[in-house]
Write a protein that binds this ligand. Structure first.
Ligand code: WQD
Length: 332
């Protein structure tokens, strides 16, 4: 079975390609090289012993989409291509809506023309905005994300929901990621932040390697057990395997479903720092600064629905996340 992976050279997309190839799927990658690098293709091949097909192009380019679906016998799509920084989305919202919503629309139209009606969509826990209860379940209100990034993901989900309601042949799953971190245990693929990382884990690894002098902890006055933010950090390999489990689920289910992909465990900023130090032996210099605007105090998942319906559960704990993240930092 041939699966199209949009954004397949990116951080999560590349790990999904590895999981798909290892599960026996054939993979066609569509990527515009805006963040993914060309050498990721050979790294995926080295890890799996199988080579994905790469088509360089943008998911908004209808001619490229037409070519991909005409030249390859695509049966399903994993849609990762998009912009993913909540803070950046505040300054360039049009880019985020054009890419994340416009790109999804162009893809769905091209799929529809070729009668391809199975899609797994890369969504985000940011659709929950300020979660009303913890842990977050799929039944929690997802009405008011607090940034254009989250709103673009929610809009795309609503388009998919309406599409599935209009045609019972569609098989749609939206996966709401919590905090993807770390890197493939083989050390060949991982996160490649182009600028100074905005996310915690890559910032910690760059402090550990000396690329950055110290970490600023954004606030220690939250009403949490140690005053710092609490998140559900999930290993990117667990996330990737969740996509394969979802694809298998969609083979025997039609309609629209949403799943939280997290570990179900909340970890604070200080707890991540201390676990990283204990796991790697690297000291992390940090200072406490003011809260970052737009941050929520705590957000972690109830992923029991994914466990029940997909038979999927995160395997890696925080120690392995830190170990594999540090291993990647030392190689890239
Ligand atoms: C985590 C915690 C910060 C950096 C992410 C992704 C977003 C979405 C949801 C998928 C917070 C603190 C961070 C730093 C810090 N994922 N922190 N110093 O904001 O939860 O969002 O997950 O769609 O795309 O960005 O993740 O890693 O930025 O922050 O103290 O230098 O670490 O305040 O409590 P966040 P993050």
């Amino acid at each position: 079975m041939v699966v199209l992976v949009t954004g397949g050279l990116g951080y999560i997309g590349s790990h999904a390609c590895v999981a798909l190839l290892e599960s026996g799927y054939d993979v066609v990658i569509l990527d515009n090289l805006s963040s993914g690098k060309l050498d990721v293709v050979s790294r995926i091949e080295t890890i799996t012993g199988r080579k994905p097909v790469l088509v360089v192009g943008d998911v908004r380019d209808t001619a490229v989409l037409k070519q991909v679906f005409n030249c390859h016998n695509i049966a399903a799509v994993l849609h990762f291509a998009g912009l993913k920084s909540p803070s950046e989305s505040l300054s360039i919202p049009l880019e985020y809506f054009d890419c994340n919503v416009g790109g999804t629309l162009a893809l769905l139209r091209a799929m529809h023309e070729k009668n391809i009606k199975t899609i797994v969509f890369s969504s985000s826990a940011t659709v929950y905005g300020l979660p009303e209860e913890m842990p977050v379940t799929e039944a929690c209100r997802a009405e008011s994300p607090i940034n254009p990034y989250g709103r673009s993901k929610l809009m795309a989900e609503r388009i998919l929901r309406d599409l599935a309601a209009s045609d019972p042949e569609w098989r749609v799953a939206c996966l709401r990621y919590f905090n993807p971190v770390s890197a493939h245990s083989g050390g060949l693929i991982g996160e490649n932040p182009t600028a100074i990382p905005g996310n915690l884990m890559p910032y910690v690894t760059q402090v550990a390697s000396g690329r950055l002098p110290r970490l600023t902890v954004f606030g220690s006055d939250y009403h949490t057990r140690d005053g710092t933010g609490i998140r559900d950090f999930i290993h990117v390999q667990d996330l990737a395997e969740g996509h394969v489990a979802t694809l298998q689920y969609l083979q025997h289910t039609t309609g629209f479903e949403v799943f939280n992909l997290g570990t179900g465990t909340g970890v604070s900023v200080l707890e991540l720092i201390s676990t990283f130090e204990q796991t790697t032996g690297q000291k992390i210099a940090y200072e406490v600064g003011p809260r970052r605007s737009g941050d929520v105090a705590e957000c972690w998942a109830d992923s029991s629905k994914a466990e029940r319906l997909l038979g999927w559960k995160a395997r890696f704990g925080l120690v392995e996340m830190c170990r594999h993240a540090w291993q990647w930092e030392q190689t890239c």
